[in-house]
Design a protein around this ligand. Structure first.
Ligand code: IPE
Ligand code: IPE
Ligand code: MG
Length: 249
């Protein structure tokens, strides 16, 4: 296993890294290529990153691949993205099994094209028994729709008497979010220099550290990954306390 920093300390490493993979279109433009080429190169960056996360012993990695808002893109781009996803999953099934990585899809699953649902289900089922590494794939994902879906489920459970709302707290709510069986992200990385969350894991990232890099997603690789992890390791996570409290000074 590779060390994360010079003062390698595994306990400091993030358990869950979530990435807003942005900049495929700009990468393509800069290379005088159609946008879809940027997305194709983006899938290579996904494969690299998955390997990097595992090599560095990070148990959870969640990748924002398609937002609920991305349906508003031109139809040919959406279709091409779905085709790429289909090919990626077909290619990667063996690889995920070989490397013992569990796939967990988050997002409104039932609104995805039927053949993609089938492919995802097959991959999730084939990898469901792996416990050490998880790849979260955010597809047709948006925090607001996720929260609304969770509220509906909470209301239903409360009405039927399965849930007592009086002592309800965030840990209870978490169970109704799609990331319920994953820890909240410690580190959010966004590529392409944009400083926004774009409807990604809004509740779950309440205390995440955020690392923004100007590198475009298709160019993301080991050097950038290490910079992001080093940045994270050097942060002080205070959760509302003072620095003196944390250091007993
Ligand atoms: C990210 O790259 C991929 C998706 C959102 C699906 P973009 O396609 O958003 O790239 P830019 O922002 O246009 O450069
Ligand atoms: C966010 O990127 C969604 C994904 C990375 C899948 P966008 O490129 O869609 O975000 P905005 O529109 O610039 O906020
Ligand atoms: Mg973008």
């Amino acid at each position: 296993m590779k060390s994360l920093t010079n003062q390698a300390d595994k306990t400091q490493a993030p358990k869950h890294v979530a990435i807003i993979m942005d900049g495929n279109g700009r990468w393509a433009k800069a290379h005088n290529l159609p946008r879809i080429e940027g997305h194709r190169q983006g899938t290579e960056a996904v494969k690299r990153t998955l390997k990097l996360a595992q090599d560095h012993g990070i148990p959870f990695i969640t990748l924002y691949a398609f937002s609920v808002e991305n349906w508003n893109r031109p139809k040919d781009e959406v279709d091409a993205l779905m085709d790429l996803l289909d090919k990626f999953l077909a290619d990667q099934l063996k690889e995920l099994i070989k490397r013992e990585i569990r796939l967990r899809v988050i997002g409104r699953f039932e609104e995805l094209p039927a053949h993609i649902q089938e492919r995802l289900q097959k991959t999730e089922q084939a990898t469901a028994h792996f416990t050490k590494y998880t790849l979260g794939l955010a597809l047709n994902y948006g925090s607001r729709t996720e929260i609304i879906d969770a509220l509906r489920a909470v209301t239903k459970a409360s009405k039927s008497g399965d849930l007592n709302i009086d002592n309800f707290d965030y840990n209870d709510l978490r169970r109704y979010l799609q990331t319920g069986d994953m820890p909240d992200p410690d580190l959010i990385i966004r590529t392409s220099g944009e400083s926004r969350l774009s409807n990604f894991l809004l509740l779950q990232s309440a205390y995440a550290e955020i690392h923004i890099t100007s590198v475009l997603w298709p160019d993301f690789g080991e050097a950038e990954f290490k910079i992001a992890i080093k940045d994270y390791v050097e942060r002080e996570r205070r959760y509302g306390k003072t620095s003196c409290q944390l250091h007993n000074t």
